[in-house]
Design a protein around this ligand. Structure first.
Ligand SMILES: Nc1ncnc2c1ncn2[C@@H]1O[C@H](COP(=O)(O)OP(=O)(O)OP(=O)(O)O)[C@@H](O)[C@H]1O
Ligand SMILES: [Mg+2]
Length: 299
């Protein structure tokens, strides 16, 4: 789903000649429906990496393929098509202050040219998904930070993107609301959306039990698989703290991830598994998952 092969990026012209790289020789692969947490100190290159995927920035060298689209072949006019596969959420919400909750979310569909009937059908469902039913007519200034972030997430997922990118979405929230937001991202991931999350909050990282990629000085220095995808250390409680680099590299070598998903976008047994799991939780989950699977099959 997302492949980066030896991607480097420098914001200064001198970069290649000894200047500083924001990203240096980054190679990684994210499977469909994976949940990946990106960590690393401030300035490490996390947002730069995400901007490579959203095509806000171009790499100096290296290859990027997202959802089957090779960025080397990507023309400027194709970028909107690419962005439809992506939903993006930021630390500062970026909501339209003079529009209500409903309008903020509907706006994403309006600019995509969706008919009014479709907007009125879909938006209430997404508002329900993020737990904001009853707040449709509120303006952003009348909402708490956590609620505003829920609106931003609803807006990001209303077009049913295959990938949701959340760059420090809990940066402005207290611990309880941060965890609520992260759980919402997990719920969206359960519906089959690939999620990339950056955070500085180590408590979230250890509670989440998802794949963790550590970036420092523009390089990947750690990549620890989701515990349930690996053998052997599931019950050893290592996620209580982030393992040191030595432990991480040992895990990488010894316990290769066994992703329960196919390396392409096709429907897999894991989709059925997710459908079963989610159907128990939400009333309309079956319908959503089935339509997602149908869309994938058509592509
Ligand atoms: N538009 C830009 N122009 C010049 N330099 C930039 C630009 N964006 C980022 N950088 C530099 O690239 C490096 C990586 O920045 P990036 O924003 O990717 O870090 P980050 O890991 O997201 O940090 P944080 O956790 O603080 O958000 C930093 O040295 C930063 O100063
Ligand atoms: Mg950043």
């Amino acid at each position: 789903m997302i492949v980066l092969d030896r991607v480097s990026k420098s914001y200064s012209r001198k970069g290649k000649n000894g200047g500083r790289f924001a990203l240096e020789d980054i190679s990684l692969h994210v499977a469909p429906q994976e949940f990946v947490v990106l960590v690393g100190s401030s300035g490490a290159g996390k947002s730069s990496l995400l901007k490579m995927i959203t095509r806000e920035e171009k790499p100096d060298s290296g290859k990027i393929v997202v959802g089957g689209i090779d960025y080397d072949d990507l023309r400027r006019r194709h970028v909107p098509h690419l962005r439809r596969k992506l939903g993006v959420v930021f630390q500062d919400f970026k909501l339209l202050p003079k529009r209500t909750v409903f309008e903020n979310i509907a706006f994403a569909l309006e600019i995509a040219g969706e008919p009014r009937g479709e907007i009125w059908r879909v938006v209430p469902k997404v508002i329900d998904l993020v737990g904001l039913t009853g707040k449709e007519r509120s303006f952003p200034s009348q909402l708490s930070g956590g609620e505003q972030q829920r609106v931003a997430i609803a807006r990001a997922v209303v077009r049913q993107p295959k990938i949701l990118i959340a760059d420090e979405p809990t940066g402005n929230l207290d611990p309880r609301h941060s965890w609520d937001i992260v759980q919402l991202l997990e719920k969206i991931n359960d519906f089959g959306t690939t999620v990339l999350l950056t955070t500085h909050n180590m408590e979230i990282v250890s509670k989440l039990r998802q794949r963790v990629i550590t970036i420092e000085d523009g390089k990947v220095v750690g990549d620890v698989s989701k515990p349930e995808f690996t053998v052997g250390y599931k019950n050893q409680g290592y996620m209580g703290a982030l393992p040191g680099e030595a432990v991480q590299s040992m895990m990488r070598q010894k316990y290769r991830p066994k992703f329960p998903v196919a390396p392409d976008d096709g429907p897999t047994s894991s989709v059925k598994h997710i459908a079963r799991k989610v159907a128990k939780r939400a009333k309309n989950a079956k319908e959503v998952v089935a339509s997602a699977a149908t869309r994938r099959r058509r592509k």
